[in-house]
Design a protein around this ligand. Sequence first.
Ligand code: MEV
Length: 419
Amino acid sequence: MTDSSISKFFEKSRKDRLDLVANFAKLSKEELDILQNDNGGISFDKADKMVENAIGTFSLPLGIATSFLINGKDYLVPMVIEEPSVIAAASKGAKIARVKGGFTVSADESYSIGQVQVLDVTDFSLAISQIKNSTNDILELANSQSNTLSKMGKGAKEIFCKELDTPSGKMLILELLIDVGDAMGANVTNTMCEAISPLIEKITGGRTLLRILSNYSTRRLVKATAVFDKEAVGGEKVVDNIVSAFEFADNDVYRAVTHNKGIMNGIIAAANAAGQDSRAIEAAANAYAAKSGKYRSLSKWSKDNDGNLVGTLEIPLSVGIVGGIANVHPVAKICMKILGIASAKELACVITATGLAQNYSAIRALSTDGIQKGHMRLHARNLAAAAGATTNQIDEIVQKMIEEKKISLDKAKELLDQI
Ligand code: MEV
């Protein structure tokens, strides 16, 4: 099976869902066992080696968003999130985007930015020109820290300098641009920054203080676009309303934060499943939302000449497929296999498309029925399933709970008894 648009995936039993995913991603029996194990994937021993003062592990739901077609390839997107409706919303967005060919996504090369803060510089122009003259030596020293990157023709590539005016005086900031390939790159970036700092002190006569990666990964931008067919969206009036919903977010910070939170629902859930550093992703995305000097919508929505809805999402996104917890956490490793990812860039494309799909569904719901209707229906469906209803009984129980405005597990059980 290569088609990710699996009909009524949510109504299937856990076993059927797992079989479908296993079939799609060619999971082994061992991998299926890990997914079914119910311990969230890591033992206490592993947890104890990952963080300090460990006392246990903490698991969250892992679900699969279906129907993603990204750059012509089908994906099932694993998502780790505690909030109901998010996975359904991502799948719905992906399903509608599919009508017009899915998501088109492009990602920059994986350039990480490292920063070295230089204090006590007396002559800034001289220091900067000396750094420029020593570029090759600095890059060589940085690259001596990673044989792996150097062998691949990657590694530190460029150096930039900027002067910063601060209340305590002027400081020189040196930025190292590093092609980190398929890694997220935090470690190698920090190592290179620390390694070059004695040389920077020697060249500038200054004193280096901070030597650290910048999580504002503006050299790792990802841009996703999708056309949402006007009929599938619900007609041109709905398209117009979605554009108005976007304009609200783009011009009002109170709305923009919530709108972007919806995007992050998709991005972070997909990133968590793939074992990525979600704090880095959030911090960068929020800064990018304010890049114009005003906090705005991260996505853009407009109507094309045929009346279809066009959505675009551009974010800085630093993710990796080598190193990090993606290679340690057994469930994250399986999620990577389900994604069928071959590069960090590909992972970035999938995560960004998930954010756009999520945003579509949220603002579509908000500009039509409101968010609660679908949310309550899903909640009711989950309760009916939890009460033990079969696939054929679920719809009837859900309908009755909604009509009677009593959505609870007890009510679902009572209705099931009546059937
Ligand atoms: C809820 O987690 C996310 C939404 O509030 C996003 C939005 O308002 O666009 C529904």
